[in-house]
Design a protein around this ligand. Sequence first.
Ligand code: ATP
Ligand code: MG
Ligand code: FE
Length: 352
Amino acid sequence: AVVLGIESSCDETGVGLVRMGERDPATGQPRLELLGHQLASSSDQHARYGGVVPEIASRAHLEAMQPTMAAAFAKAGIDRDQVDAVAVTCGPGLAGALLVGVAAAKAYAAGWDLPLYGVNHLAGHIAADTLEHGPLPANTLALLVSGGHTQLLRAGDLGTNLEQLGSTVDDAAGEAYDKVARLLGLGYPGGPVIDQQAAAGDPAAIAFPRGLTGPRDNPYDFSFSGLKTAVARYVEGKRRAGEPVPVADVCASFQEAVADVLTAKTVRAARDIGADTVVIAGGVAANGRLRELAEIRCGDAGITLRVPRPGLCTDNGAMIAAIGALAIAAGAQPADPALTGNPGLPVATVHV
Ligand code: ATP
Ligand code: MG
Ligand code: FE
C-alpha cells in the first residue's frame, strides 16, 4: 500500500509518498520505504519579521500545494492511481496553515476516492526516523526537539500512542535557538545559522546556565528561558561596554548548554525506564553538536541512538506519510468527514 502525506502546520508545505512493506517480525511494525517527497518553504518571507507570520504562511501553502503535490509524484515516479490512502497533519500548528492542508487533503481524498487520515505532526517527526532506520523497538525513548516542542516520550507504540514523560516548562529548544539568533541579529530560522557560527567558536568560552538540573528539579522537564535571558544579558553587557560581541563564542557556548541538558536528561530517562533505543526527532535534531554529544553519551550508556538525516528532521511531507502508514498498520480508522485542524492537538493523540 502507498500512503500520501500532506504537511502544512507551520511554514513548510510538504508532500511525501511512502510505501508500506512487509511487517518486521521483531516489532510487528511495517517496513516503510520513502518513494519521494517535495518541500516548499515560505521561510524567506518570514525572515524580516524574525518569526513566522501566520497569514503569510497560509497564503504560501495555498499557492504551493498543487505544484508541490505534482513534484512529489514526479520524484516518486508513481501515478496517483497507485496511492491507497491520504494522511494529513491535523495538529498541532498554526490554525490557518493547518486549515489549508486539511482542506487540500479532503479535496484530494474525495477526488481520488481514497480514505483520509488525520495525523499528529509531532508523531510524524518521530516516524520520520523509521523511513531510514526501520521500525522502532518497543523499548524506545523519544526526544522530540522542535520549534514549538521539547519533550521526552515513550515511542514504542508510535502508530497508536505516545506517552509523555516530561516537557519544557517554558520555551522549546528550537524557540531558544530562534530567539538567541534574533538577539544576535542572525535572522530566522536561528538553528542552522547558530549551528554554523558555533563551529568557529569555543563552547567553553562562556558558562551559560543549564536549566532544571538541580537535585530538586524534575529530571525529565526542560527549561530554556533562563538560558535565553542569560545570553541576552551577556550580549547587552558587551554592547553597553562598547565591546564587540564574540558571536561565534556565544553561539558555541549557548549550543553547548542546550546539547548538554538535552542529552544528559535523555540518557537519564532512558536508563530509568529501561529503554535500549533513543530516537531524537524534530528540527533541532538536525543540530551538529546535539547529534555528536548524543552519540557519545548514548554510546557510553550502551544505548542505541537513532536520528533521521537532517533533511528529514525539519518539517516535511514524508514524515506525515510515515505516521499515516504506521497508524493504518496499527488499525486506525479513517477520519470523520468533518475533520478539521486542531492547533492544540495533544501529543498523545497520534491520529484522530
Ligand atoms: P513543531 O514541530 O514543534 O510544531 P516546527 O514544526 O516549527 O515546530 P520544526 O520544523 O520541527 O519546528 O523545527 C524548526 C526548528 O528547528 C526551528 O526552531 C529551527 O531554528 C530549529 N533548527 C533547524 N535546524 C537546526 C539546527 N541545525 N540546529 C538547531 N536548531 C535547528
Ligand atoms: Mg519551518
Ligand atoms: Fe515540526
